[in-house]
Design a protein around this ligand. Structure first.
Ligand SMILES: [Zn+2]
Length: 360
């Protein structure tokens, strides 16, 4: 899961500037031995206006197809496992390599992403929250989205730790704003408190915890049969993403162990082989902890992806691989995977340091 809204206008403008000015082309031809890992969630057919409020998790298939066509022609798209194997052997990633990953395990990965990946023969890794695929219950952020989108109330008064907040729910935009207000607050709570709070919000909004099978189409999980079918193609690999998708740093140690070991065992049972790769839910700095890294290794995972932006090189830590969010255009994809964003950051830092060095 990532932020509520698609990438900012400034991010889009920066992408256009970096590609249009030729910076992205220049950074690409340097052919540095670095890999860029991209993360996607669901894929959709156009932007719907149904019960789903947060469409940032679902990239239109047409854009996904254009990004894949661009990557297939201009970059080396490799599997995450192949990058991990190179790092484990002390080798550098292939120059200009790109890795495609998907988080959570949406059915649209099977129905809409797979036909595109097959068309261009691109490998990808799908990180699944095993409890979501088991159909136990929707993921917590889906519950919040649905409670806000389906409530018949015209406003919601939320008792936050900082006092009462009145959130109008008269229009779809207001409901999206309410979700944008609540999500970051809830993400900071200890996991158990957060789940209790979501239960309270559902009751206050007069909605009920939906069954997984009743979720709106873009939110539906893959079936385990679909997982096995994709795994059998040899092009798609599956990794863990916890069992119930908590933010791991907000879990007790006992809960953390349960999340990691259950996820590992469920994947092993369903796929008939041990999973090796993992992705942290939310994945920002502060969303996972040293305890999680230790338990992942103990369980048998050999590499884990964060959502901290950056490129993978020979010195990258296997248990904290950097990743980029989903590009929403070919421009953004090129600015990201060419290394242009990172190069500009480095140049700015160098310029700042030189400026400091000549100042008295
Ligand atoms: Zn996720």
């Amino acid at each position: 899961m990532k932020t509520l809204y698609p990438s900012s206008t400034s991010q889009k403008l920066k992408s256009v500037a970096l590609v249009g000015s030729g910076v992205a082309g220049l950074t690409r031809i340097r052919e540095t031995h670095e890999a860029s890992i991209l993360s996607f969630h669901g894929i959709c057919e156009g932007m719907g206006t149904d019960r789903v409020l947060d469409w940032s998790l679902h990239l239109p298939q047409e854009i996904f197809r254009r990004v894949c066509a661009f990557l297939a022609s201009n970059y080396v798209v490799v599997s995450l496992q192949s990058v991990v194997d190179r790092l484990k052997a002390g080798e550098k990633p292939e120059p200009n390599s790109v890795v495609l990953t998907f988080d959570d395990g949406y059915a649209s990965n099977y129905h809409l992403a797979w036909p595109v990946l097959r068309e261009f023969n691109l490998p990808a890794t799908i990180f699944v929250a095993t409890g979501f695929l088991d159909g136990t219950e929707p993921m917590w952020f889906q519950r919040l989205d649905l409670a806000l989108s389906t409530s018949t109330k015209s406003f919601f008064e939320w008792k936050s730790p900082n006092g009462k907040v009145r959130l109008p729910l008269g229009t779809r935009e207001q409901r999206q704003m309410a979700l944008g207000k609540l999500l970051p607050e809830l993400k900071h709570m200890p996991d158990e408190d957060m789940l209790s709070e979501i239960g309270r919000i559902e009751r206050a909004l007069g909605t009920e915890l939906p069954a997984v099978s009743e979720l709106p189409e873009p939110m539906l999980p893959m079936t385990w049969d679909q997982v096995r079918e994709l795994a059998a193609t040899g092009l798609i690999d599956f990794g863990g993403h916890t069992h119930t998708h908590p933010i791991m740093a907000r879990c007790s140690h006992e809960a953390l162990r349960g999340e990691i070991f259950t996820c590992y065992e469920r994947l092993k049972q369903e796929l008939g082989r041990e999973p090796r790769l993992f992705a942290f839910p939310n994945g920002g700095q502060g969303d996972y902890c040293a305890g999680a890294l230790a338990v992942l290794k103990e369980a048998g995972f050999e590499a884990a992806c964060t959502m901290r932006n950056g490129r993978v090189d020979q010195s990258s830590s296997l248990m904290e691989l950097p990743r980029y969010g989903s590009p929403e255009s070919v421009w953004e994809a090129e600015a990201t995977v060419s290394g242009a964003f990172e190069a500009v950051k480095t140049w700015r830092k160098m310029a700042r340091n030189s400026l400091w060095s000549i100042l008295p």
